[in-house]
Design a protein around this ligand. Structure first.
Ligand code: GLN
Length: 487
């Protein structure tokens, strides 16, 4: 049996029963990492020794202990803006190079407590700012379906690792689309939970009112299983919410008869590549043929979403990134006085996109501009949230393309920030409104994957996963890139 073929639930069950050892699973994945990394570059750091140690711990545990681990022996990749005690964490930035966090994120602790094995840390756009992973200060990541194209971003390393079979599941973070857009570009499932569903403790902050951690997986089932482990209130994150965590996986195949799917006019048409639109529409038609109701709706403030997001996110980022002063973390440049130390460290440590965001954010928060930009953006954010509230009075979920286009060629947008920002046109609204959203593959065009996004009311992850499962059931998927290499 090729262990890479097993889903997370099946692998964990086999490890629990002792049919497969965690060590075997880890070795299979390490082998695949070695095969795929030269062309994909998903990881910033591998921890083979640590993974083998974790596997030993699982294999030596008693059956009594093991049977309580929902992710026993499941190899996971973690985005490198999520901290793990003792393992260098850079968030893709030079300014954090050499920084070894003294603690672990709550999500990492939960994974380990569930029997998962952390394989390593994945590549990302610096501080999660970007849509292509080209803005990593270390190296780009390549799309496993076509190495000439980007994997999306900012969780490009995590999405590419899952598609390349060099991790079974992965963690990403999503501030404006960074789980869903790379999931769509890499043909995997990616879920951004409701704001407050998953603890942010130990996530290196980008824009604190928008950031959420979530799963990337090959299947909806694996995403559901992972979310079950990650979700729940955490005393260390005051914005986490004490809502019960449903058994997402167990509910997956419960039917949703007559599901009302809102189809917002603003997300179809102008700005959307016709190939993507046709693929998404065809998937919606298949759902309708299965009994879902497609309901035309309007989310009228959508055209303002990109501008709103690119005011609020940089404003929060400029504040969050003020802590990188050359004294407390990572990089320190030589200097003769304190001001020079700040200046030279920040000049050398931050990349061009991060500097652009800091400048923009500082500007919109400064006296005289605050009311005109930041405050106004917060007001539009409320209007966007109200658009969704009104829609959910009539529909159960909203469906859109996840991205306006297919994965683009490397280098084709890195000098055009506005063009790059437009990649987020379909995803930023759910962050602004705090709503959960999932991207699920809904077809392949020109050999490249297309993602369908489902957005739901707050804490409706259960429903979203079930609806995404319906999309998966009516979508034919080609062999994975790692299966093709094998063939
Ligand atoms: N691409 C968006 C940005 O550059 C979203 C990033 C994210 O979700 N972390 O800000």
């Amino acid at each position: 049996m090729n262990l890479l073929e097993l889903g997370a639930a099946a692998l964990a069950a086999a490890v629990r029963e002792g049919e497969v050892s965690a060590r075997q699973a880890v070795e299979a994945y390490i082998q695949q990492v070695q095969a795929s990394e030269p062309t994909v570059g998903a990881y910033l750091r591998l921890d083979e020794a640590g993974a083998r140690e974790q596997a030993e711990r699982i294999d030596q545990a008693s059956w009594e202990e093991r049977r309580r681990w929902p992710l026993a022996g499941v190899p996971v990749a973690v985005k490198d803006n999520i901290v793990m005690e003792g393992m260098e964490t850079t968030a893709g930035s030079k300014i954090l190079s050499g920084w070894v966090p003294p603690y672990s994120a709550t999500v990492v602790e939960r994974l380990v407590a569930a029997g998962a094995i952390i394989l390593g840390k994945t590549n990302l756009d610096e501080f999660a700012m970007g849509s292509s992973t080209e803005f990593s200060a270390y190296h780009p990541t390549y799309n496993p379906w076509d190495p000439g194209r980007v994997p999306g971003g900012s969780s490009g390393g995590s999405a590419a690792a899952v598609a390349a079979g060099s991790a079974l599941v992965a963690l990403g973070s999503d501030t404006g689309g960074s789980i869903r857009q790379p999931a769509a570009y890499c043909g995997v499932v990616g879920l951004k939970p409701t704001y407050g569903r998953v603890s942010r403790y130990g996530l290196i902050a980008f824009a604190s009112s928008l950031d959420q951690i979530g799963p990337l997986a090959r299947t909806v089932e694996d995403a559901a299983l992972l979310l079950e482990v990650l979700a729940g209130v955490d005393a260390k994150d005051a914005t986490s919410v004490d809502e019960p965590v449903p058994p997402y996986r167990q509910h997956l195949d419960q039917p949703l008869p007559g599901l009302r799917i809102g189809v917002p006019a603003e997300y179809f048409g102008e700005g959307i590549d016709p190939v993507v639109q046709r693929t998404v529409e065809a998937a919606l038609q298949r759902l309708a043929a299965g009994g879902a109701q497609l309901v035309p709706i309007s989310l009228p403030h959508t055209p303002y979403a990109i501008a709103t997001y690119y005011l609020i996110a940089p404003a929060e980022a400029s504040s969050n990134l003020a802590r990188y002063d050359g004294i407390r973390f990572g990089l320190r440049q030589p200097a003769s006085d304190l001001t020079q130390l700040y200046e030279s460290t920040r000049a050398a440590g931050f990349g061009v996109e991060v500097k652009r965001r800091i400048l923009l954010g500082t500007h919109v928060l400064s006296a005289g501009y605050y009311d005109a930009y930041y405050l106004r953006a917060e007001k539009v954010r409320t209007l966007i949230r109200q658009d969704f509230e009104q829609a959910f009075a009539h529909v159960d979920v909203v469906a859109t393309p996840t991205t306006p286009d297919l994965p683009f060629p490397l280098g084709s947008r890195s000098d055009d920030p506005l063009r790059m920002y437009l990649s987020d046109v379909c995803t930023v609204t759910s962050n602004l409104a705090g709503l959960p959203a999932i991207s699920v593959p809904c077809g392949w065009a020109e050999g490249l994957p297309v993602g369908l996004q489902l957005i739901g009311p707050a804490f409706s992850e259960d429903l979203l996963l079930r609806a995404a499962r319906m999309v998966e059931a009516v979508t034919e998927r080609p062999r994975w890139p790692w299966q093709r290499e094998e063939a």
